[in-house]
Design a protein. Structure first.
Length: 291
């Protein structure tokens, strides 16, 4: 983890909390270091992706999260190459889509993503969804890709505890990351605790509930007390739960706001109040009933 000159421990609710900066990373079980904060580019069209990624990298973000499904891998790769930031300092994630599951198809899909990205390797490759019947073969393909040095870490997305237990019972390679929807209104504590115990880094997408709960009175109250925006409070909450957090935005002012969360800390009382908001809110897919 990269530490600032002065040590200012942050406080959390029941977890060991250490100092965070925009350069902070989470150590993965593969040995890679993954930035704690990143930029998501879900549903951003190509030109918007190019501009957003360049701006984010310029202000210090070092994690960019894309996927085959998003249709903007080409622009992500171009932005990384044109950013002026050394490739080894940018952590790029992409994902295997549902129609590409299976051993051989997954290998071909990865090659397709790499061609679009125009990069020599990807830092993290994820199975986007636990497709029944094929996900085990897809995982074997990802293991091969990692062994060949084509990706620094491999993992999954939208996996429940049940899906993770199934996978871990069939492979010797534990996923480095599980990327799921996670925020105070979908505080998946059982999943977080399981991943922590098993050495799997939990990563939060839709950390801002797609804006649905930014006006909630408790969030607004905590934000006002800390002289911050509701979005900053929700991102900081995720960081203080030791998550990797990837808010999405195409607007420079929002990207800057979302990245300005390292000069304040939420108190244990603030964290408990936000924890208590969990209501099972899903703004995206629900993998709970996926066989």
């Amino acid at each position: 983890m990269i530490l600032p000159d002065s040590f200012n421990p942050r406080a959390g609710a029941g977890r060991t909390v250490s100092v965070l900066t925009i350069g902070s990373t989470r150590g993965l079980n593969s040995g890679a270091e993954m930035p704690a904060l990143g930029l998501g580019v879900y549903q951003l069209p190509g030109p918007a992706t190019l501009a957003a990624v360049k701006f984010a990298l310029g202000m210090g973000y070092r994690l960019i999260d894309t996927a085959s499904l998003y249709g903007n891998e080409r622009e992500v790769g171009l932005a990384v190459r044109e950013s002026g930031v050394a490739r080894e300092h940018v952590f790029v994630t992409t994902k295997l889509w549902n129609s590409d599951h299976g051993y051989d198809r997954a290998l071909r899909a990865f090659d397709g993503s790499m061609k679009l990205l125009g990069l020599e390797y990807v830092d993290l490759y994820l199975i986007h969804w636990p497709v029944p019947g094929l996900r085990d073969e897809s995982w074997k393909a990802l293991v091969r890709l990692q062994k060949e040095g084509k990706c620094r870490a491999i993992g999954v997305s939208n996996y429940t505890v049940r899906h993770l237990k199934e996978l871990m019972g069939r492979t010797a390679v534990v996923p480095a990351v599980n990327q799921v929807e996670f925020n105070p209104f979908l505080y998946q504590k059982e999943l977080l605790d399981f991943c922590t115990d098993e050495g799997i880094q939990l990563e939060a997408y839709s950390p801002l509930t797609r804006g649905d709960r930014l006006g909630h009175p408790t969030v607004v109250e905590v934000a006002r007390r800390n002289s911050r925006s509701p979005a900053q409070v929700m991102i900081r909450w995720g960081l203080q739960h030791d998550l990797v957090v990837i808010p999405k935005s195409a607007r420079p002012e929002r990207i800057r706001e979302n990245g300005s969360v390292f000069d304040f800390e939420l108190s244990p009382d603030d964290m408990r109040k936000l924890d208590s908001l969990s209501e099972g809110l899903r703004t995206d897919w629900d993998p709970s009933d996926e066989p």
